[in-house]
Design a protein around this ligand. Sequence first.
Ligand code: BGC
Length: 745
Amino acid sequence: MKRLISILAILSVLVGSAAPQMTQEEKEAMKFADKLIKKMTLREKFGQLEQFITRRGVVTGPGGVKCDIESAVRKGEVGSFLSIRDRNEALRLQKMAVEESRLGIPLIFGYDIIHGCKIIFPENLAMSCSWNLDAIERSARIAAEESAATAIHWTFSPMCDISFDPRWSRVSEGAGEDPYLGAKIAAAMVRGYQGDDLSAQNTIAACIKHFAAYGAAQAGKDYNTVDMSELMFRNLYLPPYRAAVDAGAVTVMSSFNDFKGVPASGNKWLLYDLLREELGFRGFVVSDWNAVHEMIIHGVAADGKDAAELALKAHLNMDMLGGDYIAYGEQLVKEGRISEKLVDELVREVLAVKYRLGLFEDPYRYGKQDLSKVYYLPENMEFAREVAAESMVLLKNEGVLPLQKGVKIALIGPFADAPKDQLGAWRGLGDEKRSITFRTALEERFGKENVLYTKACECGKYADKILEGGIEEAVKIAEQSDIVLLSMGLSGWHSGESRSRAEITIPAPQQALLDALKNTGKKIVVLLSTGRPLDIRNEVEKADAVLLTWHSGTMAGPAVADLVSGDKNPSGHLTMSFPCSVGQVPVHYNSKNTGRPPKSQFKAQGYSSSYVDIQNAPLFPFGHGLSYTEFEYSDLKVLTPTVELGGVVKVSVKVTNKGKVAGDDVAQLYVHDLVAETTRPVRELKGFERLSLKAGESKVVEFEIPTSELAYCHSDLSWKADKGDFHVWVGADSYASLKGKFTIK
Ligand code: BGC
């Protein structure tokens, strides 16, 4: 017994924190599921583990089975559907499952509600630049309300994948490069979707994805191999997934990539040892789209049956679309390759989530609301406008913004009046007709007569070119105006899944447009549309101001108008570094010193870990973001110069708004562990606070950092903080220079 206790104690040090106790609600759900399982046939059990999509009544997952979906529902052979957009269709299928199948087990409907359902908020990377956790949580809550009313019970969000690679288009779906901020955002989103009561009519199940390390796909190619040390994984990639589990997310999605040589969907170490045993996850795991079947192509399964066996043994509960569970599950049990006990466990976890959603009590509870009282509510639209403005980042400004009243504007470019592009990737059930574009909003703000518009150039899935006469018209209206607002970058189609790019510059036709406009001698403000960091050296050099507008959703236009007019002051700060060149990738602030760091981050140089042809520093670092006012950071005080291990480090700093207008800033605290057991990042974010200051106002911000937050993964994989000296910096970006020191005893 003594030995067992000490093993458990060692385990809890290794894993960081012990798995939380099961709640009463969870126990009740498991009990209910166990009772039901006793009545189920083996086929019905595998039915609960299968997720399908309908396309005119036929299941057509790539490589998956083809069957008559309605009779499959009636036979209890479908546990879930994804991507049903229509509430009546969802309710029709639900009725079929509940009233016509033998046991009447309700279906669970999942959908990619990634940054909004009807109202589309900025893409997730953009929203993370607001550093506003309350706003992010609220955006998820609004998305949940709109989804739930549509009979969607489950979203495949939050995406918790850290990434340092802007070639990978899915960075748009995440929270950037930092595990600390990523963890806070992941937890906020889970809270937003699930609320305090999963069974409430307006909350939905969250899904942590893509487990795990999908953002580290080699060379930024989507779906590519991931290979890294476990140390790196635990330090930089795991924290957001862990935070989302701790926040109570009830589902997880396995990723497409392999990890430690085994595809995630068949990776027992990932899905069982780490996720369940160590992190204490007790919900269910769904595969990514056809990912179980794709293990054949990965080369670790001979056929669908083999793939199903691998996934089941890895404790993957639900097969998205592949069809291998329902096709081969029974045979696998009959042949003794899988135990029915394991199947029961997998089914129990699925049924328990359905129970907790309240679907057994009332399978139709999510489709009852009056949609006009839920969709596009004016207060939610207003909120979407605010969060869009807070997400935008002023990268450069040489005195041209905000615009003067009465100014005549030439509004030019492919995304200035592009209602669909502004919604970005994963548009949920968003209706582009509800988008308010830059053009509409600027015309309203500055007067139609003061905004001359031309598109000049096309950029998207089908074309990347100057329109006929586009440059001439653009130059003409520029000459008739006081200032050019040039909307350029990448389209909505360029964001999200499977849009990896080797070049991360703005396409050549748009650069030609910029050059022509530059020749007019007019001041140029670039409005940068993108879902990922880009190499914008050229644009930054030529433009007088650059406002990163991202793909900011339904209300992107009014948000831009608010910022360029000065009605609102830009306050977004980057959460992913903007490289100088694709050759720097991966470039991130929390990199290591090495034994030979460059003497200067801003000069090319040899015999150091840097380049001889380009500076080491990115073009814009993590945390960067300008304002129309100026904030001064001073009086950094380490209130606890020495702290016991287990104590709390306290640091304060004074922030003053030195300018003439009110503004918001994000005070960021970074630390560095001077002598550690393994090499550590040069800086790590460990605290932040968004604050609003009137012109001339000062505030003292106090940070409290428990020493447990300074823990990291040691070479023996234990998770603990070191004693010793630390540096601490506070400021408005990851180059913050105000510095202090503390010691952990
Ligand atoms: C994506 C997931 C998504 C799923 C369902 C996959 O292709 O990788 O992020 O949730 O499709 O649409």
